[in-house]
Design a protein around this ligand. Structure first.
Ligand code: SRM
Ligand code: SF4
Length: 559
């Protein structure tokens, strides 16, 4: 078990937090500062928020001897990423009233609002609560938003599998009532037994914990990058859902210069059928990590390190002991892709789905396309639901045939259709994390830069006759991997302002990590390298060979 004598600072904060309350209620009332106390900054994450500041304005504020421009980012818990039109309309207004106005769709199928002042938090969370939405456990050392394959086209039992996301999220929610007391002004509990938490106890998990559900053949949520990845197994003969393969130990975060950290894809450890067994297995995988995860060094505290320390066979044995049953042998499955189906698609029930292209998941109006106005007007018709994808997109969903022309008209009116159709293959397959100006960990730009860089890569591809290629390209501003760059065909990881490590060789299915090719490249060096690599790819690839597969075959990586 983990060494209790050498607890990290965050472990101590959790233990003395009074079930995640800390001094948040008092801190909120303090008008002298826009911040909360240092300890509370750790606790507020468990309530789905991060304290941030505008890094673009640090210097100017410092010169004027002003406090940093503190604000909060709120991330909602939306298992499987589904909102009704009413919820979208209200979110649109809440974003306009309290945040920067941009609705940011994340790589885990939920949304974030940035730039909320401390005084805006309570009204915002109260408004979301009226919509039956919350931000509990969207961040912090607990199970985070559970993701699930987004598109109902994936199978006619999609809805059944999709429902597991919410059920797993509920199963692993912390029992603390702090959220309701602090943010929603509900009455304080008098009997502490009401919030006793057999799962998280008073120490919670050693680190964040993530669960995702994939429905083969599409791996749009990058299932193997989760602490627990569930792969739905569907009998190809009768199309019946059989259960899930369980994979454990995925995670991407690394630290530059710390060789003990590494990205890891989850290992499939077996198959489970039946809800009781499934939920028991999930619960106990989490309790083992709670009991054995590293609580001294947060850099080494994710499940992947626990597994590599004790061994996968040990983990399976411990799991069988705790659940009282052994997992069955993993069943066969095949991933063929992990893409979003842009444009219009019809499902088996005759319902229609439109997936627009939303660059870096940022829903706003700009000079090219008015995404925010379009989605608002579509939501107002009440004719479409909103489903988020793990690629920072959304799907306007469940549209009846007779309503399709009305939705289509709005998409055209605001140039959404034009914008989606005009996006090149590489652009449609791009992800960039938030990075600057809000992310305190960013070493380089990502979502503010990748669109421009792609604009310079597109002519290179076209020059080599590769303009139609759907190359998966991802960029993050630091090695934490929020845009999952380590499973991209071309991955950029920020090292310093304007500089990136270049990774090559991921596959289209999300089943292979890429490898580092060159370090610390600036834009000119990136474009020079890619130009040469595209030339070689065009010249020497086998018919149909993807760029990532070719890069691996050519051994384009550092030894
Ligand atoms: Fe992340 C930390 C944004 C998905 C690995 N991530 C952060 C923070 C909160 C920075 C911080 O700790 O102060 C970033 C906030 C930026 C901002 O201003 O909004 C941040 N992460 C994001 C989002 C919004 C990226 C995006 O552009 O979509 C994604 C929100 C997901 C969600 O809705 O829950 C996001 N983060 C991911 C993913 C991808 C995934 O889960 O599919 C990863 C890699 C997978 C993994 O967890 O290993 C990821 N984020 C991290 C890490 C590294 C964790 C580690 O094990 O080392 C950190 C840093 C940390 O935890 O200390 C981090
Ligand atoms: Fe911030 Fe790094 Fe995550 Fe990008 S990858 S959002 S820079 S923590």
């Amino acid at each position: 078990m983990s060494d209790g004598n050498n607890l990290s600072a965050v472990e101590k904060i959790k233990l003395k937090s009074d079930a995640l309350r800390g001094t948040l209620a008092e801190g909120l009332k303090d008008e002298i500062t826009g911040a909360v106390s240092e300890d509370d900054q750790s606790l507020v994450k468990f309530h789905g928020m991060y304290q941030q500041d505008d890094r673009d304005r640090r210097e100017e504020r410092a010169e004027k001897k002003l406090e940093r421009l503190y604000s909060f980012m709120i991330r909602l818990r939306i298992p499987g990423g589904f909102l009704t039109p009413e919820q979208w309309i209200a979110t649109h207004h809440i974003a306009g009233e309290h945040s920067t106005g941009v609705i940011k769709i994340t790589t885990r199928q939920t949304i974030q609002l940035h730039g909320l002042l401390k005084s805006d938090i309570k009204p915002t969370l109260k408004s979301f609560n009226q919509l039956h939405l919350d931000s509990i456990a969207a961040c912090g050392d607990v199970n985070r938003n559970v993701t699930c394959a987004a598109h109902p086209l994936q199978s006619d039992i999609h809805e059944k599998i999709h429902a597991y996301a919410a059920r797993i999220s509920e199963l692993l929610l912390p029992r603390s009532r702090a959220y309701y007391e602090i943010w929603l002004d509900e009455e304080k509990i008098t009997d502490k037994k009401e919030e006793e938490d057999p799962l998280y106890q008073d120490r919670y998990l050693p680190r964040k914990f993530k669960i995702g559900i994939a429905i083969p053949p599409n791996n749009d949520i990058d299932v193997l990058t989760n602490d627990i990845g569930l792969i739905a197994i569907i009998d190809p003969h009768d199309n019946q859902f059989q259960g899930f393969n369980i994979a454990i130990g995925g995670g991407l975060g690394t630290t530059h210069g710390n060789a003990e950290t590494y990205p890891r894809l989850a290992t499939v450890i077996g198959f489970v059928a039946g809800d009781d067994r499934l939920f028991s297995a999930i619960y106990e995988i989490v309790t083992i990590q709670r009991d054995y995860g590293n609580r001294s060094d947060r850099k080494l505290a994710r499940l992947k390190y626990t597994i590599d320390k004790y061994g996968i066979e040990w983990y399976k044995k411990e799991l069988a002991q705790r659940t009282g049953f052994e997992l069955e042998e993993a069943r066969p499955y095949t991933f063929t892709d992990r893409k979003d189906y842009y444009g219009w698609q019809e499902n088996h029930q005759g319902l229609w789905y439109y997936t627009p292209f939303i660059e870096s998941g940022r829903v706003l109006d700009d000079e090219r396309v008015a995404l925010k106005s379009a989605f608002y007007e579509i939501a107002q018709t009440g004719k479409a639901n909103f489903r988020f994808t793990g690629n920072q997109n959304l799907i306007l969903a469940d549209i009846r045939k007779k309503d399709k022309p009305a939705v289509d008209k709005i998409l055209k009116k605001y140039k959404v259709a034009e914008h989606t159709e005009a996006a090149s293959g590489i652009r449609r397959n791009s992800i960039a994390c938030v990075a600057l100006p809000t992310c305190p960990l960013a070493l380089a730009e990502a979502q503010r830069y990748l669109p421009d860089l792609i604009g310079k890569i597109e002519p290179l591809l076209a020059g080599h006759g590769l303009g139609e290629e759907n190359i998966i390209i991802r960029m993050t501003g630091c090695p934490n991997g929020c845009g999952r760059p380590y499973v991209a065909e071309i991955g950029f990881v920020g090292t310093a302002s304007g500089r990136y490590n270049l990774y090559l060789g991921g596959d289209h299915e999300g089943t292979r990590l890429n490898r580092i090719y060159k370090e610390n490249l600036d834009e000119a060096a990136i474009l020079k390298e890619l130009d040469l690599l595209f030339w070689l790819y065009r010249k020497e690839r086998i018919t149909g060979e993807k760029f990532g597969d070719f890069a691996l075959r050519q051994r384009w990586y550092k030894p």
